[in-house]
Structure formats: structure tokens, C-alpha cells
Ligand binder design. Structure first.
Ligand code: GDP
Length: 447
């Protein structure tokens, strides 16, 4: 994750402020030094680092913590607000018909991002089409086509045509029924004049409503210059930062966004078409600082739940809140969990668990959990309909049979039944609540 170190090193420094109500100059210096170190390590431009640390220092010393606020929370709030100010608001993306042009260097993730964006728009109820004009990179056509098939969105490309401008023109005609047109362009290794001339010509033809620059999070200081040149050629409205799931430092991209006065539109967090997130400054910085990001989490949960529901029309998550909780319900929940992505990524988004706890867990702890879930799935496949509906009635001889049938030991079968019992009891507590209580609880969680 971008600037990952910032979160953990900052948390460490902030711990030393625990219990204090006033900040000394040395305290502030120590926090600021930690921030500077992390930002510089993450390739953020030096002048930007200085600007940021100066404003944090000034504010932390000048502003009085509001009554009842600890020094630690006061600093954290200032750091948070100043970081949010740097990344800025996210690029506005109206949910309406439009044309989006993608620019960027080869390998930045443009082609992948085009399909991801199309998938994102399709989930919002629009009808997107991807037009692939990259005639430079062998394989771009096939890759784009495959990804669009996976995203179940319309695709246009022409492997026999060598002129990208012609493809763009014919693509717009061929996909005129679509309402969002995403035009992918060729990238090069560097910013040759030829690439700039070509993208200017395509820009002139498609007159995009939005031109987005796609950046690999690993881009270092070169990001600044690159962004400036694309900005001059076509005007950049926003950026998509890709490969944030990797070990990239990401600071270069932040610098570029700040330099060109553009904003971040989307984040790419993996290789599949679903691995796209709308950029949310508050959530992004919260996550960076290890404060969790409930909004993203609840979006993912909602999406996974509705997908699971779509696959099985008889199953409605709402029913769990009303009636009994069977093993079938638990199975569906686990399927939904799997759709949300790797557990460690999800845990990172939960406040309080983000970073801090993850750092303390042994590396394989998540693996164990995921392996356990897989064993549970295999076990449930060996159970009868009746046992799934009424797991409390499963006796010792049935446990033996299920264990033999699934190839899992009896202990794991019993663990599954135990887990179900625990979840059922927890849910019972919620079932007594009225809708109002539920909403109040959700509100509380969002704070
Ligand atoms: P293009 O040359 O700019 O069109 O780049 P591609 O879309 O072909 O992406 C280059 C490589 O980066 C491919 O192997 C992609 O699978 C990979 N990639 C793109 N976006 C992401 C991302 O968000 N996360 C990860 N892990 N890989 C990505």
C-alpha cells in the first residue's frame, strides 16, 4: 500500500505521546521528523515534504487542543487534515454519458484500468464501451478484449488497422449505443514526440469530457515531468494510480498530482477487473494513517452480498435478520467474504485493526484463517440439506460420516459447528433490535 510505512512509523511515534495533554516543541519535532522520513522514503518530492511538515509543525504548536482531546489525537487530526489537503478532493466523475481518454506510459496499467473503469461504470448502471487504440504494443488488443469479456462490457479494437486515430473514429461509431466511451491509447517507454503528437490527434478527434493520466504507483520522481508534459499536450483532469496492492512507494504519484493541480480519480488495487476503487481523500488518508476506512469496507460488503444474492435468488441476507440462521446462511456469508478479497486487505480497512494489529499478527495468521474457511467450505459440501438447515441436530455419528466424506478431520467439523453456533448467538442479539437501533449502531461505527 502506498506510503505504508507512514502509518506504522507514525503510530509508533504517536504512542510516545500517550497520556500527554500538552505538546512540547520536542514532541512535535519528533512526529514531524518521522513523517518527513516516511514521505521521503516513499519518493515524495522534497519541497512538498517540507511544505507539509512546516504546516503540521506550525499548527501543532499554535493550535490549542480542544478540551478533552489528548495531545496524540490533536496531532493525528492535524496530520490527517494536512495530508487530505495535499491529495485534494477526488476527481469528479458524473454518472452520465461521457467520453474518457486514458493516457500514460507503457506498462502503467492503462489497458487494465480501461477495463476496470468500464466494469465500475457498468456496476453503476451505465453502459460503457472500451475502445482500444493501442497499435504500438503487441498483445494490447487481445489483452483488452479478454479483460472486457471478463468485465462483461462492450469492446472495440481492430488488430488489422495500424492508425490509432482511425480506430478511435471507427470505434466511436461502432459503439454509439454505449453511453460511456473509454478510449485507451498507446503508451511508450518514454515521452517521445511521436506519442505526444498521436495522443493530441486522438484527443482532437474524440473531444473527451475527461482525460485521465494512468500512473504506476511505483513511479518515482519522474512523475512530475511526465504529468507536466501530458498536461501540456491534452490537459489532465485527473489520475488513476495503479498497482497500489504491490510494494510500490507511491509518493511520486502524489507529488505529480500536487504539481499539476489535478486530482486522483481512481485507484487500482490488483490485476482483476474488480480491483478498482474510487479515490476518497478521507478514506485514503485514514487508511494510510491506520485509521481504517469503513466506507470502502461497507461498499465492498454490499457489493459482495448483492453478487452472492444474485447467484442464488432464494437467498436474501435480510432473512438472517428475521428468522433462523442456518449453515446455509453461513455458507453464503463465507462466499460473500471470499468475493470481498483477501482477508488481510479487509482487515486493513477496519479501524483499530488497520496496520496496528496486522503488524502484530504472525505472517501466516491470515493464511490459517483462509485455509480454515476453505476447509469449512469443503465440509459443508459433504453435508446433507437437512444437516445444513439444522446443524444443531448433527450428532457424533454424523460428524464421523461428514469427516470421512470431506477428508477433513472430525475436530474441524466440530469447529465449524461451533463457529455456526457462535454466529447464531451473536445474530440473535441483533434480531431483537428495531431498525432505528440498527441505524444508530451503523452511524456509530462510521464515526
Ligand atoms: P499498459 O501498457 O499501460 O496498457 O499496462 P497494462 O494494463 O498492460 O498493465 C501492465 C501490467 O500491470 C499488467 O501485467 C497488469 O496486469 C498489471 N497491472 C495493472 N494494474 C494493476 C494493479 O492495480 N495491480 C497489479 N498488481 N497489477 C496491475
Amino acid at each position: 500500500m502506498v506510503l505504508d510505512n507512514l502509518g506504522s512509523s507514525l503510530r509508533g511515534t504517536l504512542e510516545t505521546l500517550q497520556g500527554k495533554t500538552r505538546l512540547s516543541e520536542e514532541d512535535v519535532e519528533a512526529v514531524v521528523r518521522e513523517i518527513q522520513r516516511s514521505l521521503l522514503q516513499a519518493d515524495v518530492d522534497v519541497s512538498l515534504v517540507m511544505e507539509l511538515s512546516d504546516s503540521i509543525k506550525t499548527r501543532a504548536l499554535k493550535e490549542e487542543p480542544p478540551g478533552g482531546t489528548s495531545a496524540r489525537d490533536h496531532v493525528l487530526k492535524i496530520v490527517y487534515e494536512e495530508m487530505v489537503a495535499i491529495v485534494g478532493e477526488s476527481t469528479e466523475i458524473p454518472l452520465e454519458p461521457q467520453t474518457i481518454l486514458l493516457a500514460g506510459l507503457q506498462g502503467s496499467g492503462k489497458t487494465t484500468s480501461a477495463a476496470k473503469m468500464a466494469w465500475w461504470f457498468s456496476k453503476k448502471g451505465l453502459r460503457p464501451a472500451v475502445i482500444q487504440t493501442d497499435t504500438f504494443r503487441p498483445g494490447a488488443y487481445d489483452q483488452a478484449k479478454q479483460m472486457c469479456e471478463r468485465a462483461e462490457v462492450e469492446f472495440y479494437g481492430d488488430p488489422d488497422e495500424s492508425d490509432p486515430v482511425t480506430i478511435a473514429r471507427e470505434g466511436l461509431e461502432a459503439t454509439e449505443d454505449a453511453d460511456v466511451h473509454i478510449v485507451d491509447t498507446a503508451g511508450r517507454h518514454g515521452l517521445e514526440d511521436e506519442l505526444i503528437a498521436e495522443i493530441e490527434e486522438i484527443e482532437g478527434l474524440v473531444s473527451p469530457d475527461l482525460s485521465l493520466l494512468v500512473f504506476d504507483a511505483a513511479i518515482g520522481q519522474g512523475a512530475k515531468e511526465q504529468a507536466r508534459q501530458f498536461e501540456e499536450a491534452i490537459g489532465i483532469d485527473g489520475v488513476m494510480i495503479t498497482k497500489l496492492d504491490g510494494t510500490a512507494k507511491g509518493g511520486g504519484a502524489l507529488t505529480a498530482v500536487n504539481e499539476t493541480d489535478s486530482s486522483i480519480a481512481f485507484l487500482g488495487t490488483g490485476e482483476t477487473v474488480q480491483d478498482i476503487e474510487r479515490f476518497e481523500p478521507n478514506g485514503f488518508i485514514s487508511r494510510l494513517l491506520g485509521m481504517g476506512d469503513l466506507k470502502q469496507l461497507s461498499e465492498r460488503v454490499e457489493r459482495a452480498m448483492s453478487e452472492t444474492q444474485a447467484e442464488d435468488e432464494d437467498w436474501d441476507p435480510e432473512d438472517i435478520m428475521k428468522g433462523s440462521f442456518t449453515l446455509k446462511d453461513m455458507q453464503k456469508q463465507m462466499e460473500a467474504m471470499n468475493k470481498m478479497g483477501p482477508l488481510d486487505q479487509i482487515m486493513d480497512m477496519i479501524p483499530g485493526l488497520g496496520g496496528g494489529l496486522m503488524d502484530q499478527l504472525p505472517d501466516d495468521a491470515m493464511d490459517v484463517t483462509q485455509n480454515r474457511m476453505r476447509s469449512f467450505e469443503i465440509i459443508m459440501d459433504s453435508m446433507t440439506e437437512g444437516e445444513m438447515e439444522n446443524p444443531r441436530g448433527v450428532g457424533a455419528s454424523q460428524v464421523r460420516r461428514i469427516s470421512r466424506g470431506s477428508g477433513q478431520d472430525e475436530e474441524t467439523v466440530r469447529e465449524l459447528l461451533e463457529q455456526h453456533k457462535m454466529m447464531e448467538q451473536t445474530l440473535k442479539q441483533f434480531q431483537g433490535m428495531g431498525d432505528g437501533d440498527m441505524q444508530r449502531m451503523m452511524k456509530k461505527m462510521e464515526q
